[in-house]
Design a binder for this molecule. Structure first.
Ligand SMILES: CC(C)(COP(=O)(O)OP(=O)(O)OC[C@H]1O[C@@H](n2cnc3c(N)ncnc32)[C@H](O)[C@@H]1OP(=O)(O)O)[C@@H](O)C(=O)NCCC(=O)NCCS
Length: 182
């Protein structure tokens, strides 16, 4: 498995990956990534960071995208803040890929983007995922009640988890991230 930056020639691989993602999980895309023009425009976007995880089927086939993480900085008054969006293909979940992508996004953001704060939105009942982000220095900053509604009409709360880069530096040192960054 390889994690690297998304490049414009990944557009077909990305389209194939996006097709595998169940409807409810598309909430976290926050844009219509079933539209080829939106995908093509998103791939050309140079703002922020977009990392993909690839694997070669059978070890030698054509590489396929199996997960991605995007770091999307705001603009103007929020240019120091970025959102993290993380998606892993259903067949590859629960093997540590989400954690590896989130970790890399954090390290690369601290190294390459002049950010002071990162945030991620997760469904409030995703306790293990929330624990994973907490271990990376994220803390709960807000809960938005009934902010998500699934296809059955069930309302779910959304939790906003935030990571303050400066405050977390000593915690990052504990994780060895400072050595990777320097
Ligand atoms: C969230 C997501 C990226 C996790 O990817 P993943 O590769 O399965 O994550 P990992 O295997 O690294 O697991 C990370 C932690 O979350 C836990 N976890 C992940 N998905 C879980 C689930 N559905 N139920 C319970 N625990 C879960 C794992 O057990 C692990 O915790 P642990 O190390 O304490 O065991 C993936 O489920 C996904 O793409 N979901 C849809 C999009 C989404 O919700 N994105 C998050 C907000 S942007």
């Amino acid at each position: 498995m390889e994690i690297r930056k998304l490049v414009p020639t990944d557009v077909e691989r990305l389209t194939a990956f996006l097709r595998e993602i169940p409807e409810d999980d598309r909430t976290f895309f926050k844009q219509d990534l079933s539209d080829p023009e939106t995908i093509a425009a998103a791939v050309r976007e140079t703002h922020g960071l977009w990392l993909v995880a690839l694997e070669r089927p059978g070890g030698s086939g054509e590489p396929r995208i199996i997960g991605y993480v995007r770091v999307l900085p705001g603009t103007g008054l929020s240019s120091h803040v970025a959102e993290i969006r993380l998606v892993v293909a259903p067949a590859h979940r629960r093997h540590g890929l989400g954690r590896a992508l989130a970790h890399r996004a954090l390290v690369d953001s601290v190294r390459e983007l002049r950010l002071r704060k990162l945030f991620v939105e997760v469904a409030a009942e995703q306790e293990a995922l929330i624990r994973m982000f907490r271990k990376l220095g994220f803390t709960a900053e807000a809960i938005l009640r009934d902010h998500l509604r699934d296809r059955r009409g069930t309302m779910r709360d959304l939790l906003l988890l935030c990571h303050f880069v400066e405050e977390n530096w000593s915690a990052l040192a504990g994780l060895g991230i400072d050595r990777e960054v320097s």
